[in-house]
Write a protein that binds this ligand. Structure first.
Ligand SMILES: Nc1nc2c(ncn2[C@@H]2O[C@H](COP(=O)(O)OP(=O)(O)O)[C@@H](O)[C@H]2O)c(=O)[nH]1
Ligand SMILES: [Mg+2]
Length: 292
């Protein structure tokens, strides 16, 4: 798969993020709950210059709940505060806000001990494209405006959103590039919608995805597209059957697999083909164990 837009675009985004990082006390790292490993920038600690971090697994509504539990456990074992949320509906966001406020208080107490002047505690949200950063920021901001209503009084720089009493959140998210070490990373990023459409072949990705779904959410997949027995079937055969069923016909009545692929990817990303996590927590654990 080719990645025409990533290198230049991402290098620029990273520079912008680095500029905003000065004056930031804590970073909220947003990961995609379906790909907690692949959606994480491998150099996250270096990029954030070792600032304290809170991890948010967004799109938890689309991920396998058992995998999400296992991933939260792994992240917590690393000493990170972490939360699973639906950034679209706001489910779980209140816990993130409470967690940030608690950490802010702890860190500010330490700073005060060193006789620093009290100042607002500043937070930045970062993550790869399309992971849910803006949705999360909006949900946090929405909670705040719901609380204060239209009451005038508190004047804030327009770049900052107040969270709790002494915490401010930068309203501009930092964009990071994902892990892209091997083809399976690109497949996962493409399937979940983290890559622009022109950077991958949708038929190839849909076929790979269908084989994963065949093994993971077989009944949901078969019911959704009214398929017969798909056990052991290859991706291209399943895609063809889906195209036929949905009337994706091209010239001369042949099945238009491109159109079928677009349907499969779009329905997967809406969660209509089951709750699926593409990065297995158990695999990550095994890797970590063999590293020791
Ligand atoms: N189902 C679901 N969709 C989400 C969630 N968070 C964000 N989205 C959707 O994912 C897309 C990208 O979200 P956005 O906040 O713009 O991502 P950003 O590029 O990281 O700022 C949008 O269509 C959102 O509605 C979530 O937790 N669950
Ligand atoms: Mg955004």
């Amino acid at each position: 798969m080719k990645l025409p837009w990533y290198p230049g675009h991402m290098a620029r985004a990273r520079r912008t993020m680095k500029q905003h990082l000065s004056g930031i006390d804590l970073v909220v790292e947003v990961l995609d709950a379906r790909i907690p490993r692949t959606s994480r920038n491998p150099d996250i600690a270096g990029i954030t210059e070792m600032r304290p971090r809170v991890v948010v697994l967004a799109k938890e509504d689309l991920a396998d709940p058992n995998e999400t539990k296992a991933w939260l456990k792994i992240l917590k074992a690393d000493g990170l505060a972490c939360y699973a949320v639906n950034a679209e509906t706001g489910e779980g966001v209140q816990d993130v806000v409470s967690g940030i406020s608690r950490l802010a208080l702890e860190i500010m107490m330490k700073l005060q001990d060193r006789r620093r002047r009290p100042r607002p505690f500043r937070v930045m949200v970062i993550g790869i494209p399309n992971v849910g950063k803006s949705s999360l920021i909006n949900r946090i901001a929405g909670r705040k405006s719901a609380k204060t209503g239209a009451k005038p009084g508190i004047t804030m720089g327009k770049q900052w959103i107040r969270v709790g009493r002494a915490v401010e959140l930068l309203d501009m998210p930092g964009v990071l590039s994902p892990r892209m070490d091997d083809p399976s990373d690109l497949f996962k990023l493409a399937a979940t919608g983290a890559l622009t459409e022109e950077s991958y072949d949708e038929v190839q990705v849909a076929e790979g995805l269908l084989e994963t779904l065949r093994d993971r959410t077989c009944h949901t997949l078969a019911a959704r597209f009214k398929l017969g027995d798909i056990k052991g079937q290859e991706g291209h055969a399943i895609l063809r059957a889906i195209g036929e069923g949905r009337g994706c016909l091209g010239l001369g009545g042949t099945v238009d697999v491109s159109r079928a692929a677009v349907i499969v990817l779009s329905e997967f990303r809406k969660g209509l083909l089951g709750k699926v996590t593409l990065d297995s927590a158990a695999d990550d654990q095994r890797e970590a164990d063999s590293d020791e």
